[in-house]
Design a protein around this ligand. Structure first.
Ligand code: FNR
Length: 372
């Protein structure tokens, strides 16, 4: 590992440095859209603190010369127990947006999750990914036929799971965005999947519409506050793809996911962007693990910035993690930036694993953690 590590130090950037670089290059509106959380940002901060509060008690004098960090995430192979989280509107960061980030994920052999509000369409993103593993994240619109159309398109273009985000029946109150009067959709970002959707096009009579009217049509359909398990059960009958529920922190909801035939959960509070005052992801994880570990895969997100954070989440019982802001900031340098961030995360994760005294993901156990 030594020499490879030395050469990869060229152009090394810490997560904080990626953030600083993004801040330097982006205008205030888009930068703060990425960085901020909702309300007083208690949950945003709690996600980071929740990880910091757990400390590893490492073991020594074990042979850690050979590490195996290969993973399976919702049935697909990954070079790390990490996938890129759905992050909408990526052209606010870089003109190539999702195309650049998805290419980076494919090149590094980890899955990419396309947001419903991606700036490029899911078909365009699929095309640049080739055989790269990909998931589609569904913001269930207030129209079931459009929701189903998205899912059918995802099936056709090689997506291997649907992640339904359920913590967003409506948008959290993000004070920064209100102050900046900024929402990417209003500036024409994030239309990729809607503009190209045949069902939406007909319903919204898109042929006759100006851009600003298209945006209003999308905005009026984007979220669905009436969504319940009943609709999820219906979608279960409509697709063979695995369905994952993203954005739950209550163990009763995790049990309901299992009872409703769901294939995985993402323990997440949307990176502190929805209910401010909500429990941190790491504090939620323990009870979620008690509720459904062994029944369905548990994916964790919220606050992952370094390899050691992944060790902690896996030791507490997560099977894999998603990263959001970490790669969003690195996208400021396009595909190269995201690849660099993933390479570095892998190096950090392997180093943390070995220094913990372990070589395999399955050996990461809660007994190696103490809460302080
Ligand atoms: C998000 N997230 C998100 N989630 C989702 O389901 N659909 C989406 O379109 C978006 N968009 C989005 C944009 C931006 C700028 C951010 C920062 C986040 C939430 C995301 O998937 C994930 O849950 C969090 O980002 C995880 O927290 P960290 O890694 O950013 O701390």
């Amino acid at each position: 590992m030594g020499e490879e590590r030395m050469s990869s130090n060229v152009g090394f950037r810490s997560p904080e440095e990626w953030e600083r670089l993004a801040k330097e290059r982006l205008e205030q509106g888009p930068f703060e859209y990425i960085q901020s959380g909702s309300g007083a940002e208690e949950t945003l901060e709690a996600n980071l603190a929740g990880l910091r509060n757990w400390k590893i008690v490492p073991r020594v004098l074990r042979d850690v010369s050979t590490l195996d960090v290969q993973s399976t995430i919702i049935g697909v192979q990954s070079n790390l127990p990490v996938a890129l989280a759905p992050v909408g509107f990526q052209t606010i960061i870089h003109p190539e947006g999702e195309l650049a980030a998805a290419r980076a994920a494919a090149a590094k052999g980890i899955p990419y999750t396309v947001s419903t509000v991606s700036s490029y369409s899911m078909e365009q993103i699929a095309e640049v990914m080739g055989k790269g593993a990909r998931f589609f994240q569904l913001y269930w619109p207030n129209d079931d036929e459009i929701a189903l159309s998205f899912v059918k398109r995802a099936e056709k273009s090689g997506y291997s799971a649907i992640l339904i985000t359920v913590d967003t029946p409506l948008l959290g109150l993000r004070e920064q965005d209100k102050q900046n009067q900024y929402f990417p959709l209003k500036n024409g970002h994030g239309l990729g999947n809607y503009e190209s959707d045949p069902v939406f096009r007909t319903k919204a009579n898109l042929e006759t519409k100006e851009k600003s009217e298209v945006i209003s049509e999308v905005a009026s359909r984007l979220f669905n506050p009436t969504l319940t398990w009943e609709k999820v059960r219906w979608l279960r009958t409509q697709t063979k793809l695995p369905i994952v529920i993203k954005g739950i922190v209550h163990p009763d909801d995790a049990r309901l996911a299992v009872e409703n035939g769901i294939d995985g959960v993402v323990v997440s509070n949307h990176g502190g962007r929805q209910l401010d005052g909500s429990i941190s992801s790491m504090d939620a994880l323990e009870d979620m693990v008690k509720a459904v570990k062994g029944d369905i895969p548990i994916i964790f997100d919220g606050g992952i910035r370094r390899g050691v954070d992944i060790v902690k989440a896996l030791a507490l019982g997560a099977d894999s993690v998603l990263i959001g802001r970490l790669y969003a900031y690195a996208l400021i340098d396009g595909q190269v930036g995201v690849e660099k961030a993933i390479t570095q995360l892998k190096d950090e994760f392997q180093t943390a694993l070995a220094l913990t005294g372990e070589t395999k993901l399955i050996d990461l156990k809660k007994t190696m953690l103490l809460k302080r």
